[in-house]
Design a protein around this ligand. Structure first.
Ligand SMILES: [Zn+2]
Length: 176
């Protein structure tokens, strides 16, 4: 474990629990997206909101390098009733982060913070917070909104429409 991330574990646990308490369904991730965007901006990462409706993209650029990599997490919850009784259980009847997207979002936020504050690299890291993974249309919505052309300088391709959970999409791109 990277020391800096280990040291900030409590902060990201609190973020994860806050997201867990406020689950939002596909394409309704307004609060979640706002939190993500505000946190990224707080770490000095430029952000574009509303990519693929409720998606958020952070752009971390260093040096003159032409290479780019994308890291991706999903943000939506499921129409499921939560029966847990812990403090951060869902405040919204009939909605729950039952697929772990609260964890995925918190993990990518932790990576984003670490990369923004401590990492040395030459190129661009595109931080992709995707809406609507459940149902499988959020990735397509971001691509239709120009995700690859606008941020990764490459044409969209069917190969890039994954819907796996807990993966980080890795895409190297041609120069601009
Ligand atoms: Zn999922």
């Amino acid at each position: 474990m990277i020391r800096d991330i280990e040291d900030s574990a409590a902060e990201f646990m609190a973020i994860r629990r806050d997201l867990h308490a406020h689950p939002e369904l596909s394409f309704a991730e307004e609060r979640t997206a706002s939190r993500v965007a505000e946190l990224l901006e707080g770490w000095g990462i430029p952000v574009v909101r509303g990519v693929g409706r409720t998606g958020v993209v952070g752009i971390l650029q260093r040096g003159q390098g032409k290479r780019a990599i994308g890291l991706r997490a999903d943000m939506d919850a499921l129409p499921v009733e939560e029966h847990n009784r812990f403090d951060h259980a869902s405040r919204h009847p009939g909605r729950m982060h039952a697929c772990g997207h609260d964890g995925h979002t918190a993990m990518l936020l932790a990576a984003s913070r670490h990369l923004a504050l401590h990492a040395e690299f030459d190129g661009t890291i595109v931080l992709i917070f995707q809406p609507a993974e459940e149902g499988g249309t959020g990735a397509l919505a971001m691509m239709a909104d120009g995700l690859f052309e606008r941020f990764l300088w490459m044409p969209s391709s069917p190969r890039t429409t994954g819907r796996a959970c807990l993966w980080a999409a890795l895409q190297s791109a041609r120069g601009r």
